[in-house]
Design a binder for this molecule. Structure first.
Ligand SMILES: [Zn+2]
Length: 332
């Protein structure tokens, strides 16, 4: 009997596969390549909506993503007399059911948080706030395997970051994108993931509070599996007005990956490439690549969680309290 036991023990010992529930998928996302995309965007200078610099950057993004084999569609719209453009990229064999990966490619027109007053009328370069999210998407477009591409749509939003300047709103491009979705297109989006300010060399991404829990949990599990729990922190972050919000408001599960609290150089003249690192871009890109690889099997659906509305309190809680008060009053 014990001979069989030793034989079995030997088989277990010789089994080359580790006994573990970890995914065997190895992301190929290259942080150095992503960092080059970040620097290239900054080489055009500050990129506020309607500027020549933003047009050049748009051509650059379009060329890069097309050369990675994606099909580009430009979504033109006018906001406060300024011509704006969202860049949409889909696979050559797109699946209706898909994830939208978003980032804003415009930069803030004024460095209004700069400690030097004379700098506050000058524009922001946006290495982290703008270029970093785009860089992650461009490198993902480069590295996603063919099978995964069909469930992905990249959207580079214009006019995210001009809020409260000359009467502009925040998140104009993403709001427009969601407004223009047909009912069929809207319900086909399984989830939206936003990458915004993901380049800081000491990147920390806590759980943004408006984000959809089920989708956020799955991404955080992937980060943990890949050893990035020092970047994807299991703590509560801020409640951010960002490009994921129009999706959440439309009932689409969405998650904002955003550095929080914002780095000290946020909306200043100091938001330059030297504050960023390829390692940080690689952490975010690898987690997204791994998540998307898993999702190509289509097993998980992420349900939007409507927040408890004030109307809900009015409709249910107030009448219940009123009824109880009347009953108690009558009994006396
Ligand atoms: Zn910003």
């Amino acid at each position: 009997m014990h001979r069989y036991f030793i034989f079995i023990l030997l088989l277990i010992t010789l089994n080359p596969r580790p006994i573990s529930n970890q995914t065997s998928y190895e992301p190929i996302f290259d942080g150095n390549s992503a960092f080059e995309y970040l620097e290239a965007q900054c080489s055009f200078g500050p990129r506020p909506p309607g500027s020549d610099n933003l047009s050049k950057c748009r051509e650059y993004i379009t060329d890069q993503i097309e050369s990675s084999g994606w099909v580009v569609e430009l979504q033109n719209f006018t906001y406060r007399d300024t011509k704006c453009v969202n860049i949409i990229a889909k696979s050559q064999n797109p699946n209706q059911s898909r994830f939208v990966l978003g980032a804003h490619y415009d930069t803030r027109p004024l460095a209004d948080q700069d400690p030097a007053i004379e700098n506050r009328t000058l524009p922001v370069l946006g290495a982290n706030d703008g270029a970093s999210g785009v860089a992650v998407l461009l490198e993902l477009a480069n590295s996603l395997p063919e099978k995964t591409r069909s469930i992905v749509e990249f959207v580079f939003f214009d006019a995210e970051d001009s809020g409260e300047i000359n009467g502009w709103d925040w998140i104009v491009g993403s709001s427009k994108y969601v407004d223009l979705l047909s009912e069929q297109e809207r319900t086909a989006i399984r989830g939206m993931i936003l990458a915004d300010m993901v380049g800081d060399e000491s990147l920390r991404i806590p759980r943004e509070r408006f984000s959809t829990d089920s989708l956020q949990n799955r991404i955080w599990e992937k980060a943990d599996t890949l050893g990035y729990s020092d970047v994807f922190l299991d703590t509560a972050g801020g409640s951010i007005i960002d490009d994921h919000r129009p999706f959440i408001d439309a009932g689409i599960p969405a998650v904002d990956l955003i550095h929080y609290p914002f780095p000290w150089y946020w909306h200043t003249r100091e938001d330059t490439p030297d504050k960023c690192s390829g390692d940080s871009l690689e952490a975010v890109g690898s987690v997204l690549e791994s998540f998307l690889h898993e999702q190509q099997t289509g097993i998980t659906s992420f349900l939007p969680e409507p927040p408890i509305q004030v109307e809900w309190l009015v409709v249910i809680v107030v009448p219940v309290i009123a009824a109880m008060t009347i009953i108690l009053y009558r009994r006396r």
